[in-house]
Structures are given as structure tokens and as C-alpha cells.
Design a protein around this ligand. Structure first.
Ligand code: PAF
Length: 275
């Protein structure tokens, strides 16, 4: 496995390869990321993973400085998974001091995580666009746990006519149902025991929607269950999967989206429902 730090190294490698699949990450890799690499391998001869803790997607109160950086372990895991190239750029490589351009994907960035994390999706859209331009992949693979991010990227690719196929991979969960996330490592022992309740409450909400409860009732009931379990709820909403607008009675392809804090750790999760 080769490790590159500069854009010119990536360009030289890219020119020598036909079909490339790309997995952008912020490192601190877990089984969920490795699943993305496995999926990427199905779509191309060469797989490239980037590890870049993107400063522009963190707001000032967030955990940029403490975000876990585990690059050598990440590279070992990627090599074992058969990844071909790791791109490890510096912040200056991605953001020149003279840079003036930001990518905004407007409507789908507005609600849910976009409402509580100001500028977050501009940071994600900008860095993903830059990485796409550097790597020029044929295919890029993202986890569906960050479903709003997934829709932001799909919209960006569509609107900017980027010739890249975007593939979503279902959330990988711990045995007790907790969605895998680099942030799970922040949970205390007690919080870790409580954390899977977020998934159980999502499942309960889905069952309630299937049995005909109204969306408002389901949302209210889930928020109170989460609060009772010790979560500080950011949002719990039933949305339309296609465009992430709030769901109405007649919508068929739904997603239930949740973000809630347990102590200092912000967890997000979602569950699909077709009716
Ligand atoms: O999902 C992530 O890890 C990040 O948001 C991404 C897509 C790598 C952009 O920094």
C-alpha cells in the first residue's frame, strides 16, 4: 500500500490507473469504515482512502483539537483490507491561505444536523469537492449513518455535473445495536451502556408509524423516551428520504433521523421505513 501526502503524487498515481474507487474519511477507523473499503473494492481495480480531519466542518465549540488521530493504526487496518493508496494531506495542502471558495448545497443542508451545526455541511461539501477534484475517482463510497451528509454529496455531484458514482453503505452496528462511530470512544462506561437506547427508540418509532400513529405523536413520544433515558435531544424527525423535507401523511419512502447528546458525546442515527 502506498501513502501519499501531496496532490502531485496523487495526480501521477491517478494517471497510471484506469478505474478508481474512493473512500474519504477523517481517520480513527472502525469496522464501519472497513466495510466502505470492502464495498469500494467491488467497484474498481484501485481503492484510495483519504484520512483528513477537516477543520472547516467543525464549529468553534466542537471537538476538532481532541478529534482522535490514529494514523499509523488506520494505515495498518487499511493495508490489511487490501487498500491500494492512502492520501494523508496536510491542512495547508487542502486549504491554501489564499483560498476563497466555499461550496454550499443549500436546501438539504438546512435542517437536522445543518440547523444545529452551523457551517458544518459547507465544510463537508467544500472538502469533498476538493478531494473529488484531486482524486478524480470513478466511484466514491460513503456510510449511510450520516444520511444527511450522503444526500448533500449526492446533490453536489448532481448539481456540479461531477462524473462520479456515489454509493451508500448501510450502517454497521455493534452487537447491541449502537451505530459504529469514531465518537463512540468518547462515551464513559455508563454512557456506553445507555447509548444503544437511541437505536431501540428508533425501532419503536418505526413500529409506531407502521401501526398508524401520527408523525407528530411518534416524534413527541420518542423525544420524551430519549430524554427519560438521559439524552439531550437535538432533533428527532421523520423525513422524506428523497429530499429530506419533513414527511407528510402521504409520503412513502421515509427515514427517521435522530441526533442526541449523551453527556458530551453527540450521537446520530437513522432508520428507513417504506410504507
Ligand atoms: O464522514 C466523514 O468522515 C467526513 O464528513 C468526510 C466525508 C470524510 C468529509 O470530511
Amino acid at each position: 500500500m502506498q501513502i501519499f501526502h501531496t496532490i502531485s503524487d496523487i495526480r501521477a498515481w491517478r494517471n497510471a490507473n484506469q478505474r478508481v474507487a474512493f473512500v474519504p474519511t477523517m481517520g480513527n477507523l472502525h469496522a464501519g469504515h472497513l466495510q466502505l473499503v470492502r464495498e469500494a473494492k467491488k467497484h474498481a481495480d484501485q481503492v484510495i482512502v483519504s484520512i483528513f480531519v477537516n477543520p472547516t466542518q467543525f464549529s468553534i465549540h466542537e471537538d476538532l483539537a481532541n478529534y482522535p488521530r490514529t494514523e499509523s493504526r488506520d494505515c495498518e487496518l487499511l493495508a490489511a483490507e487490501g487498500c491500494d493508496v492512502v492520501f494523508l494531506p496536510s491542512v495547508e495542502t487542502i486549504y491554501a491561505p489564499t483560498a476563497q471558495t466555499t461550496v454550499t448545497v443549500s436546501a438539504v443542508s438546512q435542517n437536522y444536523c445543518g440547523a444545529s451545526r452551523t457551517g458544518h455541511f459547507d465544510g463537508v461539501a467544500t472538502v469533498v469537492c476538493k478531494l473529488f477534484n484531486i482524486v478524480q475517482p470513478n466511484v466514491a463510497v460513503f456510510g449511510l449513518k450520516d444520511f444527511q451528509q450522503f444526500v448533500v454529496i449526492q446533490t453536489l455531484v448532481r448539481d456540479l455535473h461531477l462524473p462520479i458514482e456515489i454509493i451508500g453503505v448501510p450502517t454497521v452496528r455493534e452487537i447491541d445495536g449502537l451505530a459504529m462511530s469514531s465518537r463512540n470512544g468518547y462515551l464513559s462506561e455508563r454512557e456506553r451502556i445507555c447509548a444503544p437506547k437511541i437505536y431501540h427508540i428508533l425501532q419503536h418509532a418505526r413500529d409506531n408509524l407502521i401501526t398508524g400513529k401520527t408523525i407528530v405523536d411518534v416524534e413527541t413520544c420518542a423525544i420524551s423516551a430519549l430524554t427519560h433515558a438521559g439524552f439531550d435531544v437535538d432533533y428527532f424527525n421523520v423525513a422524506r428520504r428523497s429530499d429530506l423535507q419533513f414527511a407528510t401523511l402521504n409520503d412513502k419512502e421515509l427515514i427517521i433521523l435522530v441526533a442526541a447528546k449523551l453527556g458530551k458525546t453527540r450521537l446520530i442515527d437513522n432508520l428507513w421505513l417504506d410504507r
